[in-house]
Design a protein around this ligand. Structure first.
Ligand code: SF4
Length: 237
């Protein structure tokens, strides 16, 4: 029997704000829950019920989490009429077995699917077989998460071997790039994208300017946070 998904929000049409598909029209499914607790998390309302991040604000799971049947979520996503559907969180692979029927229903209707993940879970083979592309965002030390929680070698190794994976790192300054380089070497990571930290347009632009030359010099890709530039911290866009 299919299990319900734990959903935070479903919204669209909008544009993918980050990474290789930045600017593409899409719909978003944001799932609840995360196994990490990054100090600068931009979606703490999906997991932070005690105020560990977000300036100590505790969010309310009764308001933020909704158990929803897969079929209802599929219908809502299809109604946005986008080619691309982005599944994000929180950490969506924490519910990946429950995502299998959703992905099957959406790919049957010709949808492209990207899953944003923190890279601590290996992808389920059925999601891989369905053609899902994984946008993997391993966390660096400035996240405040302990190394053993944020870097799971077996998961990173298996995600890096998938043909559609990209690796996106939130960076503050050029020192963070050395940490990225070590992970790229250790796990043979392909398709590296660097994204500036920031929850306001000013912060994103400032950090992007500080990082740009060094990112190009290292042979990597640079992405902004288009949604932050356009809409700041407004939710559901
Ligand atoms: S992994 Fe992502 S959702 Fe989870 S705490 Fe870190 S930034 Fe937030």
């Amino acid at each position: 029997m299919e299990q319900d998904l734990v959903v935070n929000e479903v919204f669209g049409p909008t544009v993918q704000g980050e990474g290789r598909s930045m600017g593409r029209r899409c719909a978003f499914l944001r799932l609840g829950g995360c196994n990490l607790s990054c100090s600068w998390c931009d979606t703490p309302y999906t997991w932070d019920w005690v105020g560990a991040a977000d300036g100590g604000i505790a969010h309310d799971p009764r308001k933020e989490l909704h158990r929803r049947p897969v079929g209802d979520v599929v219908e809502e996503l299809l109604a946005f009429d986008t080619e691309l559907i982005v599944i994000s969180g929180g950490e969506p692979l924490g519910q990946q077995e429950r995502l299998i029927p959703l992905v099957a229903a959406l790919t049957e209707r010709g949808k492209e699917i990207e899953i944003e993940t923190n890279g601590t879970h290996a992808a389920h083979p059925e999601l891989v077989a369905a053609g899902v592309r994984f946008n993997v965002s391993p966390k660096l030390s400035h996240s405040g998460d302990p190394l053993r929680r944020r870097i799971v070698p077996a998961a990173l190794t298996s995600l890096s071997a998938l043909p559609g994976s990209t690796f996106k790192f939130v960076c503050q300054n050029t020192r963070d790039l050395d940490e990225v380089a070590q992970l790229v070497t250790d796990f043979d990571l392909p398709s590296v994208w660097i994204m500036p930290i920031g929850r306001t347009a000013d912060d994103v632009t400032k950090h992007m300017g500080e990082l740009a030359d060094a990112v190009v010099e290292r042979g990597w890709n640079l992405t902004t946070r288009l949604h932050t530039l356009l809409w700041g911290e407004k939710r559901g866009v």
